[in-house]
Design a protein around this ligand. Structure first.
Ligand code: PGA
Length: 251
């Protein structure tokens, strides 16, 4: 059986200024220390404006920093966009692509997201590719079909367990306090694992995160499921105690 290290990733979204962001990062860095925990990797993804100072605040610790989005091109006339290479230059080791808030608010398609994920790989970053169904899609029995389609459309060529992570985030569970049943999470993660065959070289080794209202009170039961290899955490990643408690819930 393949042993996969857990990845606990914090998505700060459009929160934190330099002062509170670097304080939160330094707090986590002090808890983790210089050596990675044997169970999990800890990643924080601040807004791009404070990525460099946050990366500086965690330097020397095992805490990793990442971006929340990137452009598919390495440079060019793209006002307001940020290249994966620029995130790497600012201290990122990973980047989230295809978060549902970007799929919805910026009309991002799986084709576009695949280009962004490919850009992440080209820049030496790990791509955290997000997939997930809406409530209407689940209610009409199409959740697995939608997620499978997003997966096959968004995973870049050359993806391996070393450079690509999948995050399953049901849209209706994000920021709502609601989560799928444990059985539904397990079923979706098993489906994703099966679908990765043919999309990545080593599907058994790819980390599949669950995201959507993960908190200290539900982290242990979710992280204890087969094929759940970590969490992508929004709201609860903004409080060091909560984020740390989630990480400590890794089996
Ligand atoms: P949430 O967000 O933990 O606040 O639900 C998760 C995410 O959007 O990544």
């Amino acid at each position: 059986m393949t042993v996969r290290r857990y990845l606990i990733a914090g998505n700060w979204k459009m929160h934190c200024r330099r002062s509170d962001g670097t304080a939160l990062a330094a707090d986590l860095a002090a808890r983790v220390g210089p050596t990675p925990d044997p169970r999990f990797d800890l990643l924080i993804c601040p807004p791009a404006t404070i990525l460099a100072p946050v990366a500086h605040a965690v330097a020397g610790s095992a805490v990793l920093a990442g971006g929340q989005d990137c452009h598919a091109q390495a440079q060019g006339a793209h006002t307001g966009d940020i290249a994966a290479e620029m995130l790497a230059d600012a201290g990122a080791s990973s980047v989230i692509v295809g978060h549902s808030e970007r799929r919805t608010n910026h009309a991002e398609t799986s084709t576009l997201i695949k280009g962004k994920a490919a850009a992440a790989l080209r820049a030496g970053l790990t791509a955290i590719v997000c997939v997930g169904e809406t409530e209407a899609e689940r209610d009409t029995g199409r959740a697995e079909q939608v997620v499978a389609g997003q997966l096959s459309g968004s995973i870049p060529d050359g993806a391996t367990a070393a450079n690509t992570v999948v995050a399953y985030e049901p849209v209706w569970a994000i920021g709502t306090g609601r989560t799928p049943t444990l059985a539904d999470i397990a079923a979706m993660h098993a489906m994703i694992r099966a679908k990765l065959v043919g999309l990545v070289a080593d599907p058994d080794a790819v980390r599949i995160l669950y995201g959507g209202s993960v908190k200290p009170s539900n982290a242990a039961e979710i992280l204890g499921l087969a094929d759940v290899d970590g969490a992508l955490v929004g709201g609860a990643s903004l409080k060091a105690d909560d984020f740390w408690a989630i990480a400590q819930a890794c089996p």
